[in-house]
Design a protein around this ligand. Structure first.
Ligand code: TRP
Ligand code: SF4
Length: 328
């Protein structure tokens, strides 16, 4: 299978990205699929056009984190969207055949506009977000697109655009499927959705001390006000972390019983979790340190990835141009 996915460089990656997306990307890579993983910096501009100061820094930071978390540049093509101008050309071609009504109906269009109501999002680029995403995807003719639930509609629209193109100009694009990870979202340290704007994230690139402090201060089942109050793991965000970070079945039994009977305290429970998180993150921290000392290597990986992606994209854009009778 050929597979493609991307992330916008709007912040540094947190442990929710690790267990919700990156682990899945790495698994797909290691199962021997042909993978393209990229940074959607043009997409970041659709909402962040008014502050471009961090986009470069975040792009490098995220790619470094990809590599530290197991994305292997010998197996996967890692690249930056804006370096591959062919994405923009394909978006332009697709924009001819995409009714504006399709775009206004995209659920995330209205949702994000509401969420960011303090911001002027009447720009064309934001409305056209899914057309660019369709170009990102279809230019690599992938079989699958690993995404979270929030991106499914975008992949559906991508298929609609492919179908319309093929119908009008002849078969060029296959219709890719979304590859849903089905992993529940990891909550933030306050139990709400993990989000930079809530200040409740645990970054992948953190220290053991900082991690310990965040876990020990993390919200628990509010019923457990005192050590002697019983609680319910199902009402506790710490429990979601236990499920995501390799707590064993025996430990889970011990925690469930201990929590419900108040025979263990939340600190005991969190210490078990911390052991697992540190075990998981330590090798990543080590690789991050090495990569930070070797910026040149990261840049080389990006340049090589861009070359490979571009070579592929050029071939597809040739076909698309020919199909549309653009012969110069
Ligand atoms: N819209 C995606 C997100 O916000 C990012 C993205 C851009 C993407 N282009 C893509 C994801 C192509 C998968 C495939 O997460
Ligand atoms: Fe949460 Fe663990 Fe405390 Fe139960 S014991 S409330 S699962 S932190």
């Amino acid at each position: 299978m050929r597979v493609l996915s991307g992330m916008r460089p709007t912040g540094r990656l947190h442990v929710g990205h690790l267990v919700g997306a990156l682990d899945n990307w790495v698994r797909i890579q290691n199962e021997g699929n042909e993978c393209f993983y990229f940074i959607a910096d043009w997409h970041a501009l659709t909402t962040n056009y008014d502050d471009v100061s961090k986009i470069y820094e975040y792009t490098i930071d995220i790619i470094r984190t990809f590599l530290a978390c197991g994305i292997d540049p010998d197996k996967s093509v890692v690249f930056v969207q804006s370096a591959i101008k062919e994405h923009a050309e394909l978006q332009l071609l697709f924009s001819m055949i995409t009714p504006v009504g399709w775009l206004e109906r995209v659920p995330t269009y209205k949702e994000i506009k509401q969420q960011l109501s303090y911001k002027d999002l009447s720009n064309l680029g934001f409305l056209a977000y899914p057309v660019l995403q369709a170009a990102d995807i279809l230019i690599y003719k992938p079989d699958g697109v690993p995404v979270g639930q929030d991106q499914v509609y975008h992949v559906e629209l991508t298929r609609e655009i492919a179908r319309r193109f093929n119908y009008l100009y002849g078969q060029v694009f296959p219709e890719p499927k979304e590859l849903l990870s089905h992993l529940p979202k990891l909550p933030g340290t306050d139990g709400r959705k993990m989000s930079k704007s809530y200040g409740n994230v645990i970054l992948i690139d953190t220290t053991e001390d900082e991690l310990r402090e965040k876990i020990l201060r993390m919200m628990t089942d509010p019923a457990r006000k005192r050590r002697s109050d019983p609680g319910d793991p199902e009402k506790c965000p710490v429990w979601d972390y236990h499920k995501a970070f390799g707590t064993t079945d025996d430990e889970k039994e011990y925690i469930k019983n201990g929590c419900r009977t108040a025979s263990i305290g939340c600190i005991d429970c969190k210490k078990v979790l911390l052991g697992h998180m540190i075990e998981r993150l330590k090798p990543i921290w080590k690789r991050l340190d090495e990569l930070k000392k070797n910026e040149e290597y990261v840049h080389r990986i990006i340049n090589e990835g861009n070359e490979k992606a571009r070579a592929f994209a050029i071939e597809t854009i040739k076909e698309a141009r020919e199909a549309m009778n653009l012969r110069f």
